[in-house]
Design a protein around this ligand. Structure first.
Ligand code: LLP
Length: 422
């Protein structure tokens, strides 16, 4: 459920009229709903209600805006970070360090130092060389840091290949059958304390089966590690639960179904569980608002050219992703069929092909739904377009939570070498 709905014929974000908002902010812009973010967080945490003291570490990569992280942090969320930048964002937004987990295959010594210094909850270590480096950094700092090994269970998550992470050929984690050897090695590394196992097999999962298979393997591994004398007190089950992108398609498994499955599979594990949901929390809490620049009738197709482009929302061009489109003014008249495209000079700058749409014309406002996760987070300024601003709504209040930069900002980032200046 979300808080974007028509009222008096105009789409609203909670109690804020999007037509009025667009007039103030200009288009395109992202708009987030506080109530929806909080609702998703609460639905997820209550779905885990049967578990003792789980840590829900919001995957900051989904939407790293300070306002989003702080909203969730105030509700009790931790953070899953994958870079020093995300670590700093999480800390700045008020996430307590002891609720932060650090994932990712390429952590550098500098990133490790910063996270050790902050005192994070755990490192999710993805290879033996990483474990060795982390140990030596920790020893230099006179510390022993808690880690879990991320294992790769070789399970097909049955999602888009580019966001699938749990197959043997993917770069993530250590092969699950080599985990016991990794725990043996960890014993000889004085700077780390290997406390458990992490797994994350992919994103936008629409079936629980692959997750269940991966978790079962983790359960077997925990039993084996304990039999070999390792003390296992933690397991991190990652993120990945899908969200509905198509309004008329069957819903992905609910958080309650997921929570039920987790409770069943992990019943005898006796560990503290961590979860890293990103999309589930932020996806349907955000929309991208755009204005139609013009309608272009082609010989073969009609093109609806809008002022948002692939640089603002990359998911359709990267993953052929579907985002529902709605008109801000409740549609009147017959639907139309068109390709929805942006102004960028690439054919891939296509949001939707041959889509049946509400009737829209030059100057009309429209929105892409489910754009709160991996939307603004992945935006860039290709074609020298300005980074998309972000707005957060709470009831009848709204605030710009990321400004649209100016063209001076954009150009000012470049510097001329001395031989070209003057
Ligand atoms: N934990 C780890 C270790 C991850 O790699 C990810 C996402 C998450 C948690 C959060 O997963 P979620 O709950 O959001 O599915 N840009 C792509 C998605 C990339 C996901 C990367 N990892 C997209 O727009 O679909």
């Amino acid at each position: 459920m979300d808080h974007f709905h028509y009222r008096d014929g105009v789409l609203h974000a909670e109690d804020v009229n999007l037509e009025a908002l667009a007039a103030e902010v200009g288009t395109p812009f992202y708009c987030y709903s506080t109530a929806t973010l909080l609702r998703h967080y609460q639905v997820f945490t209550s779905a885990l209600g049967a578990l003792p003291d789980p840590l829900v570490a919001y995957a900051v990569k989904a939407n790293p805006n300070q306002a989003v992280i702080r909203t969730l942090a105030r509700a009790g969320a931790g953070a899953d970070v994958v870079s020093i930048g995300e670590l700093k964002r999480a800390l700045a937004a008020g996430v307590p360090a002891d609720r932060i987990v650090f994932s990712g295959v390429g952590k550098t010594a500098e990133e490790m130092r910063a996270a050790i210094d902050a005192g994070i909850y755990q490192f999710n270590v993805e290879s033996l060389p990483e474990a060795e480096l982390l140990s030596s950094v920790a020893v230099e700092m006179g510390r022993v840091v808690p880690i879990v090994f991320r294992v790769n269970p070789d399970v097909d998550a049955m999602t888009h290949a580019k966001i699938s992470t749990g197959r043997a050929e993917n770069k993530f984690g250590i092969a699950i059958d080599t985990a016991p050897a990794a725990f043996d090695l960890a014993r000889s590394l004085p700077g780390i304390d290997a406390l458990g196992v992490a797994v994350h097999i992919g994103s936008q999962l629409t079936s629980l089966d692959p997750l269940e298979r991966a978790f079962e393997r983790v359960g077997e591994l925990i039993a084996q590690l304990r039999a070999e004398g390792h003390d296992i007190s933690r397991a991190d089950l990652g993120g990945g639960l899908g969200v509905p992108y198509l309004s008329d398609q069957p819903e992905p498994p609910s958080p309650a179904e997921y929570g039920g499955m987790v409770a069943r599979i992990t019943r005898d594990w006796n560990v503290r569980l961590t979860f890293e949901p990103g999309r589930l929390i932020a996806g349907n809490a955000g929309i991208l608002v755009s204005r139609v620049v013009r309608l272009k009738g082609g010989r073969e197709r009609n093109f609806l050219i809008i002022d948002a482009a692939m640089n603002d929302l990359m998911r359709p061009s990267l993953y052929d992703a579907w985002h529902d489109i709605q008109a801000v003014r409740q549609p009147q008249g017959d639907p139309m069929v068109a390709d929805v495209v942006g102004p960028v000079c690439e054919t891939g700058d296509t949001f939707a092909s041959q889509r049946t749409l509400p009737r829209l014309d030059t100057g009309d406002l429209m929105v892409f739904r489910t754009a709160g996760a991996y939307g603004a987070a992945m935006a860039n300024s290709y074609n020298s377009r300005l980074l998309t601003p972000e707005v957060m709504v709470s009831g009848d209040r709204w605030a710009i939570v990321r400004e649209r930069p100016s063209y001076e900002d954009l150009i000012g980032q470049d510097q001329l070498p001395e031989w070209l200046s003057g």
